[in-house]
Every structure is written in C-alpha cells, then in structure tokens.
Design a protein around this ligand. Structure first.
Ligand SMILES: [Zn+2]
Length: 282
C-alpha cells in the first residue's frame, strides 16, 4: 500500500517516530527550538500540529506539493467514525439469542460463527438464521434474518425494519487492494466459506446506486483501488452491474465485471469455481 506521508517524510530526511495514528517529528516552525519532538503528523492526511507552539498545517503544502484530497477525506472520515463510536451505541443484542452451531445451506459452522449467526425466539425473527450487520465503527446497525425453510416467506427479514444497510463486511481484509461486490448475504458467506476473503455484500443490486461515495469511502480509506462486481448471472444482475460500473469508476476505483453463467449466482458456486475466482480477484 502506498504511504504518501511516510514517503514525503523520508524523502525530506526528517527524523520521525511512529506514535499512534501519527508520526512524531521535530517542529517545522523555524522559530521553535524543538529538541524534544512535539509535532504530530497524521499518518494519512499529513496534517501536522505542534503541541508546544501551536503551529498547524499540512505537510504536503509545507513542502510545496499539491495535497491529495483523498487522504483529507479519509482523515475526516476517521474523525466521523470516532464521533460515531462515542455517540452511537448500536443495537442491543436481541433477547433470547442462541448462537447458531450447525452448518446452513452448505455454509460451514466456522464461517457462520465468524459472522456471529444466531437464532432467537422473538416472534418477529422466529425460524430465522440471523446475522448482526455492523458498520465500520463495529456497531450493529441492523439484524438480517434468513428464513431457515427454503419456502419460508419472506426469505429475508430485517430487524428493525427500514434501516439503511451498509455494505458488509464494512472493511476490506488487511493487505487487500481489491474487493468483490456480490448481491446477497449468502453470496458473500459462500465466497468467504470457500476462501475468498475480500468479498462484500451490497444487499440487493440497487443499494449502491445512491450515496455511492460515502458507501465506498471506508474501502478507499483502507487502500482498495479495484472493485470487481460479481452479481447474479441473470438479466437483472447484468443490468445492475453495468449501471453501477461508471458510478464506482467516478469514485476513482478501477472496476471489472465478472459475468457469471446464466442462472448462477455466487451463492451457488462450488469450491472449484470459487478457487479460480479467488486467484483472479486477489
Ligand atoms: Zn512548535
């Protein structure tokens, strides 16, 4: 992953020390005799602040470089996340929750456990395998329950209703610069179960068509540069993928559509197919 702030610090031969989310350097203010480094530089945005003399600025600007607006947005996002963490408690655990300890529709118990599958006896969510859907702050924003019977109606139920579901999982795995978008929760689970770690469910094909920027920003913040769209192999999936491609490209990502054979969706693919896809989307 590129690290423009560190690159700049090193190219200027500045002595630095990592310190939390910052680098600690000697103050850039020539009038401040700073023998004991007291200037903090945000590792992502390059924004600096001397806690001794109060000098503030941006490292890129300081050295006459254009600031990249992406790190600034990311810094703002991080602030926002911090605020959210403090202000928003998230949903409480549903009463009478019991962890789901079997496999379900071919998804292993390990994967179900990892995504904290459970069931509950509250009437609204009875007979469902339920997953807490968390936002980037780690708070549960909604529970999604799939009926355990194949003819159960409705197949999916959200609790509470009417909550906007974020893309899930909200983070790319460490070290990945790509993610694969799939339509449904079980598409995602099946991919993860077969070793594709960088897969993200968007809960339907339309959810990403509005607010695209904000929804993708967390992934950008983690260094994702390319997004594969792997929707269901049907007309609706193709159409949605083609609509989405330019919207995602407009946010500065490379986009590639993986077209599945007609009638297949990522939730039905077997291990062999998924292994080859895994190699491809690394
Ligand atoms: Zn200073």
């Amino acid at each position: 992953m590129s690290d423009p702030v560190l690159d700049l610090i090193q190219s200027k031969n500045i002595t630095y020390m990592p310190s939390g989310a910052d680098y600690l350097i000697k103050c850039l203010n020539p009038e401040h005799e700073d023998s004991n480094p007291s200037m903090r530089v945000d590792r992502v945005s390059g924004i600096y602040h001397c806690f001794s003399c109060g000098t503030k600025g941006n490292l890129f600007k300081h050295f006459g470089l254009l600031t990249n607006t992406v790190p600034l947005k990311i810094a703002k996002l991080k602030e926002k996340i911090k605020e959210l963490k403090m202000s928003n408690m998230g949903l409480e655990q549903l009463p009478n929750s019991i962890p789901y300890t079997r496999s379900f529709r071919g998804i292993s118990t390990d994967t179900l456990k990892r995504f904290e599958a459970f069931y509950t006896s509250i009437p609204e969510m009875e007979d469902r395998i339920i997953f807490p859907i968390k936002d980037i702050t780690g708070k549960t924003v909604v529970y999604v329950g799939r009926h355990t019977l194949s003819n159960g109606n409705p197949r999916y139920m959200n609790y509470p209703r009417g909550v906007q579901i974020p893309l899930y999982p909200p983070c790319a795995p460490k070290g990945y610069s790509t993610i694969v978008l799939v339509e449904g929760l079980f598409d995602m689970l099946n991919c993860v179960d077969n070793g594709i770690e960088n897969v993200v469910a968007c809960f339907g094909t339309n959810t990403l068509q509005s607010n695209t920027k904000m929804k993708l920003l967390p992934y950008k913040a983690q260094g994702v540069t390319k997004i594969f769209i792997m929707f269901d192999g049907d007309e609706a999936g193709d159409k949605a993928a083609n609509t989405l491609k330019p919207l995602i490209e407009a946010e500065g990502f490379l986009v590639e559509i993986i077209k599945l054979p007609d009638g297949t969706d990522p939730g039905d693919l077997g291990r062999e197919d998924l292994l080859s896809i895994k190699e491809y989307v690394k």
